[in-house]
Write a protein that binds this ligand. Structure first.
Ligand SMILES: Cc1cc2nc3c(=O)[nH]c(=O)nc-3n(C[C@H](O)[C@H](O)[C@H](O)COP(=O)(O)OP(=O)(O)OC[C@H]3O[C@@H](n4cnc5c(N)ncnc54)[C@H](O)[C@@H]3O)c2cc1C
Length: 387
């Protein structure tokens, strides 16, 4: 299944596919059973330079556009691997790149590009605030040359496998800001120094292997030099990176959908029941064909969002629609793939049930479908805000 594109990055796609072939289904199944982190896979991606593809050349990265990062992530998923182990490094560093000081960029970016430092953790969501980010309760109180951080994050992916965390915390009480989103700040937390000195990480077991954790801050000291940009403007900085995050996750979902569709089509051609291939029955082939059409439509929206982004726009509607349509397309393809395989769709050794569990996440994270619909209703269609 190939799709034409001006910005196809076919060399990158081929190279990523080759790398992924070294990490077949058995590798992922074993990790899934043990809920273990794919350290070798992430190391291979790091060594090949894929995780620093967006870092400018002057800081040691490849300095490629976001469509190249999307191509990398799409191919990882399409090969049956899981980019969820490391995709955040691609978009969290955007906050540092756009809003960090020159000294911060010099300190962190070359080391990240070299693979000596991992920026994989992104601490925004909290147990009591959920999607309502402005009501988060973790505080960072200034005390001379340091902030004292107190509070808790939940669903912080990869915290145990990252050196740095980008943390959103409240530096001014909610009651003192003009807007609810005022008074939030972004800090870089060096977790290597912080563990056991005010930082505790606790893993959460989930239906798929995603290295999810909860993170507790108990008067953790963070130097004020680790503040990104201006104090109190953090919500804006995080928001400015979210379109990139949505587009990259959407590219992953397109890759997942292609993997499921390849598997479903191959099985429907080969599997014979009632003395003919099951794919000869329209009841089997139509759902696969429909899922393919929906994947292609989502892929076009992803491409439009990427093109707008690369031309200098910050395309909120397109990035959000791309994320929603691609997540829907991947889940539809996953469901169709299981149905096409009948009982074998549930067998671990086919990898389908694992990928099904993995791609289900993107209906909820990093933003749930309802919130995307609310965004479109309010900001594109001019309907009253619903919350
Ligand atoms: C495996 C995993 C990894 C994650 N990784 C990270 C991470 O690395 N860093 C991080 O900060 N967060 C992370 N998250 C958190 C994720 O972004 C949130 O789970 C997600 O944004 C939804 O927030 P919530 O779980 O608090 O749901 P809630 O906000 O409690 O919402 C629950 C449900 O209600 C719906 N809902 C809520 N409000 C409205 C409304 N006004 N209108 C309509 N529907 C509404 C939502 O759509 C959702 O379906 C992760 C989550 C998971 C499960």
């Amino acid at each position: 299944m190939t799709t034409p594109s001006a910005e196809n990055h076919s060399d990158i796609r081929d190279a990523v596919a080759k790398l992924c072939a070294r990490f077949p289904g058995e590798y992922w199944r074993d990790l899934d059973r043990r809920m273990a982190y794919p350290a070798d896979f992430v190391q291979a991606l790091t060594e090949a330079g894929y995780l620093s593809i967006l870092i400018p050349e002057v800081y040691g990265g490849a300095g490629l556009p976001i469509s190249a990062a999307a191509a990398v992530l799409e191919e990882i998923q399409r090969a049956g691997c899981n980019g969820g182990a490391c995709h955040a490094q691609m978009y969290t560093m955007g906050t540092l790149l756009r809003h960090g000081s020159e000294a911060q960029k010099q300190r962190y970016l070359p080391a990240i590009a070299e693979g000596k430092l991992r920026l994989q953790a992104f601490g925004v969501t909290e147990p009591s605030s959920g999607t309502d980010t402005a009501s988060l309760k973790t505080t960072a109180r200034r005390d001379g040359e340091r902030f004292i951080v107190r509070g808790q994050k939940i669903w912080t992916s990869r915290a145990e496998h990252s050196d740095l965390m980008l943390l959103l915390a409240r530096t001014t009480p909610l009651s003192e800001g003009r807007k609810r989103t005022d008074g939030l700040s972004v800090l870089i937390v060096d977790m290597r120094e912080a563990l056991g000195k005010g930082l505790t990480i606790r893993p959460i077991r989930t239906m798929m292997n995603h290295a999810a954790t909860e993170v507790f801050f108990d008067d953790l000291e963070v130097p004020t030099e680790n503040l990104i940009g201006a104090e109190g403007k953090g919500f804006r900085y995080i928001l400015s990176g979210m379109n990139a995050e949505r587009m990259l996750i959407a590219a992953e979902c397109v890759g997942d959908a292609k993997w499921f569709l390849d598997k479903a089509s191959a099985y429907a051609r080969d599997r014979r029941v009632f003395d003919r291939p099951i794919g000869q029955n329209q009841g089997v082939q139509f759902p696969i064909a429909r899922a393919y059409a929906n994947m292609r439509a989502a892929e076009l929206m992803v491409r439009e969002a990427l093109q707008l982004y690369e031309s200098g726009a910050n395309p909120g509607p397109e990035a959000n629609m791309a994320k929603m349509l691609a997540a829907d397309a991947s889940f539809e393809a996953a469901n169709v793939c299981i149905q096409t395989h009948g009982g074998f769709g549930f067998a671990e050794e086919y990898d389908i049930e694992r990928k099904f569990r993995e791609t289900r996440l993107y209906q909820v994270a990093p933003i749930s479908t309802n919130l995307i619909l609310s965004y479109l209703a309010e900001h594109v269609l001019g309907l009253p805000r619903s919350y």
